[in-house]
Design a protein around this ligand. Structure first.
Ligand code: ATR
Length: 286
């Protein structure tokens, strides 16, 4: 890293806890590669200190901040304007402190999800039916991205079916996309997946050895792409099952890299060095 001096620009990430974050490794590698006189710093901010921390960042000329658990929702009332994705998701993961003092909030998870798909050659969701498993915060980012990308129909499938119905209703009301909800039972899923181009998992099931989703093999038509936003382990039982059925698969590492790349681009106006960021992230996960 170049020496910090009087002209160094500060960006960073807030969370509680924060010590687990991989973002500094990824962003500082990108900063070095771009030759910027910047530094990306982790900040441990507790919920009660969030408003004063944000005001302090603005007052100190910090350029941008990423937010992780538990701050993403609580940032909403603290910004002056936000992207449509952040508005629909109800969560902000990136703050931009603009020169006129205004604070812009974005949710780069949504566009990061799409860019990672494009990168591996998954077809655009435009005009396609897609199935998204899960109805929590991560699902909101994914369905918002798919709706904005022009998916023709979104089926939200969730263990608690009532939450799937609620999210689907909200999607059709607020984003004007055809959407419906169902449970995660085999019958519901098989019907949902008929003619579907893409199946996405946004639930945490599959992160640990004991909690894999139990899905019927017939769900996986070989032409359907299967995208799990989990990145550790790199191959969840869902992705293994899909690959065994001949489906093209994708894990969540690319989404993590691209949400960071988009944040860096918002702050710097430069194209992010995606490969550098990916290598640094993989190294930090090892
Ligand atoms: P996140 O922000 O990561 O989406 P969340 O808002 O807590 O986290 O949502 C977790 C999602 O994972 C929910 O859709 C949850 O299903 P329920 O609404 O039925 O709780 C889903 N989920 C978590 N563990 C799961 C499991 N073992 N099987 C199926 N779904 C699971």
């Amino acid at each position: 890293m170049s020496a910090i001096n009087g002209n160094t620009t500060v960006v960073g990430v807030i969370g509680d806890p924060i010590s687990h974050t991989r973002s500094p490794a990824m962003h500082n590698a990108a900063i070095r590669s771009l030759g910027l006189n910047w530094v990306y710093v982790p900040f441990h901010v507790t919920p009660e200190n969030l408003p004063s921390a944000v005001a302090g960042f603005r007052a100190s000329g910090v350029r941008g901040i990423n937010a992780t658990i538990p701050h993403k929702e609580a940032l909403i009332p603290l910004v002056d304007k936000m992207s449509p994705e952040a508005e629909f998701v109800g969560a902000i993961n990136t703050l931009v402190f603009e020169e006129d003092g205004r604070i812009y909030g974005d949710n780069t998870d949504a566009r990061g999800f799409l860019r990672a798909m494009e990168e591996v050659g998954f077809p655009s969701p435009k005009g396609s039916k897609v199935v998204v498993m899960g109805a929590g915060g991560a699902s909101r980012a994914v369905v918002a991205a798919l709706a904005r990308a022009g998916a023709s129909e979104i089926v939200v499938a969730n263990r608690t079916a009532s939450k799937a119905h609620r999210l689907a209703d909200e999607l059709s009301d607020r984003m004007g996309v055809t959407a419906c909800g169902c449970g995660l039972d085999s019958a519901g899923l098989l019907k949902a997946a008929e003619g579907s181009a893409l199946l996405v998992n946004t639930t945490s099931a599959g992160m640990h050895t004991h909690d894999a989703l139990s899905l019927p093999d017939e769900l996986f038509a070989p032409t359907m792409r299967v995208y799990d936003i989990i990145y550790a382990p790199p191959e969840t039982p869902l992705l293994r099952q899909a690959a065994n059925r001949g489906c093209q698969t994708l894990n969540g590492l690319g989404m993590l890299v691209h949400q960071g790349a988009i944040a860096l681009e918002l702050w710097s106006g430069k194209t992010a060095p995606v490969e550098v960021m990916r290598d640094a992230l993989i190294e930090s996960l090892a």
